[in-house]
Design a protein around this ligand. Sequence first.
Ligand code: ZN
Length: 246
Amino acid sequence: MRIAIIADVHSNLEALETVLRHAEGENALDQLWCLGDIVGYGPDPSACMAVLRRFDLRCVAGNHDHAAVGLLPTDDFNRDAAAAAHWTALQLAPEERQYLENLPHVVQEGDFTLVHGTLRWPIWEYLHSAEAAVAHLQLQQTLFSLVGHTHVPMQVVEDEKAREGCRGHYLEDGTKIELADERLIINPGGVGQPRDGDRRAAYAVYDADARTVTLHRLEYDIAVTQGKMEAAGLPHRLVYRLSIGQ
Ligand code: ZN
């Protein structure tokens, strides 16, 4: 079984298609796991949803998915993110809205739990402190979990001997995680809006037979996405940040 793990597509069709083409390069994917935020920020919400739904998809809800369908107020969003959420809401067909509204908050698949933020606060909490990671691990009923939301590729290993209860590592292009019996949290990074200073799209492949998860980074045609964003009148700061991976 080969499964692609993606997060934070954010309506970026060029990045999504590049990732899926790469993931399907050698063999067809058996499943696609998506950690939320299909929409928000980018110019192609409906097209991205259509592409994803052609796969055997397991997907959880993200804060931008909820904001786009009115399940989450945009008061806590910055002004640009809120503007993009309102623009996105106007693009969605009723059936697409319904799909986003009905996304589960948490999904279990075999040894993995999928969630956008953390198990403590699935839609909103960023897993970027040891305290959040330990609280998440306490709620994690499977050996491994997959999170998105920070748009930064990393893994956290539970380690009771470590002072903070866990160890975190950044994941680079080509990093292969060998799954064993250590409890882990993996973030595959962001497909459509990376935030680790590397503008390349990020995703991971889970090889269930080899018991590995491998992180990949891919260049895609950012200028095409940016051109569509300008044409749609999306905020300039959101256009620019794709160039710098922030
Ligand atoms: Zn996101």
